[in-house]
Design a protein around this ligand. Sequence first.
Ligand code: GAP
Length: 513
Amino acid sequence: MEQKDLLKEIISHCKEYGYVFPSSEIYDGLAATYDYGQLGAELKNNIKTYWWKAMTQLNSNIVGIDSAIFMHPTTWKASGHVDAFNDPLIDNKDSKKRYRADVLLEEYLEKQTQKIQKEVEKGEKRFGDSFDKTQFIATNPNVLRIKEKQTQVQERMKTALNESNLEDLRQLIIDLEIVCPISGSKNWTEVRQFNLMFSTSLGSVAGESSTIYLRPETAQGIFVNFLNVQKSGRMKIPFGIAQIGKAFRNEIVARQFIFRMREFEQMEMQFFVKPGEELTWYEHWKEARKKWHLNLGLGEKNYRFHDHIKLAHYANAACDIEFNFPMGFKELEGIHSRTDFDLKQHELHSGKKLQYFDPSTNESYVPFVIETSVGLDRMFLSVLSASYTEEKLEDGSERTVLKIPAALAPYKIAVLPLIKKDGLPEKAQEIMRMLHLDYTIQYDEKDSIGKRYRRQDAIGTPFAITVDHETLESNTVTIRNRDTMTQERIAIESLPAFLNTHCSWSSLLGALA
Ligand code: GAP
């Protein structure tokens, strides 16, 4: 299936089966806002649990908090968001569509990477087994020409962004002959900066002093609580504080389903370290986060690291973990070495010391911070896009199956009595009662067994337990595997051990421990 069609298929599948609905749909929806339905909420909670347990349960030096969405407005002055949390926007005069200038340039660079990939594929075909990819990339004139151009564009873009040179950013778009994907024209406006924070007013009096912001990231709630947590938890550096919560950004160009929304959720962890050790910890967290993603089994080739061209105002090293979404490789998670910028800024604006006293050296210092920040909604989309599969079966029929990692699936088990009589439903209910304290289960007795299997495939239930007449005689059931469609007969008393091996939290987290 074409990648762009895949996104459409996923959107309609999500709506049909209760994963994601357009928000306030009866009023024709609200742009770039979505609601998670009954299955979506389960999947989202499971992704949160996977992250939370991996962070706080598997690392004895990481604890989790839940800070308020509203914060004192000075927080955002201190963090730099009031002055610098801007997107450079450009409009196409013909289509009247608005774009982020940096994203247009990133997309141009990505096209060049794809051109290089095509050259490599041509080389592979031409030279067969004797093909040496490294040598080819280092010597092929076409590849070298494209790479040189890429480097030039990257350098110019980096300088323009770092110096906020909006004129040159526009000129670069014009020089590269980038066209609007809608109108196909190069008729661009000036580039303008646009602040992304939503503001509202506190209490009944609207005015300058009562303006507050909806947090654009969860990280600041961690920074302002650094000392509270360190002291009350007697934490010793290095240690981390994790948080999951909503963030809000007035994204002007919000699109691509739940990839870029105005209200979304982040899972962030700030890791406080001794100054000078931050780059070692930065490498540590790059590896740890990659391992966490790969452990889901969505395919190693679907991930890649991307170093930032423009470092944010607070960072001395930064990269993204990108995922191969239906729209191509895009940011899934950011890993930043944020220096001591945030804590120092909060010291400056609050007049309070935010320092760690190291008992081993009798010294106080402001720690440096490594941040890992992953979008929950983007995780959700990555899981769905890698899991969504349309299969042609041997008998010529077709099935749509969500091959969601078993521990993340909304329902772990479907319990299906073969027929609606002869005591089979009662036996099925008994099995449900035995398992439902530990697992989410769906009971279904309507329609033929084949139809019920298809329904469970479509919602991603990894195992279907069928109760038949033999069950009543031998206390055994068949258990059907969603991905292989194979069935085995096992004793009812073995079900807890089977499920523990295949879809419990320990089955997923085991490889990370
Ligand atoms: N505290 C650092 C921070 O907020 P970021 O790269 O701006 O860094 C972190 O955001 C993650 O949040 C991103 O990697 C992405 O997964 C998610 N994210 C950011 N903006 C988003 C949006 N508009 N919609 C959905 N997810 C978003």
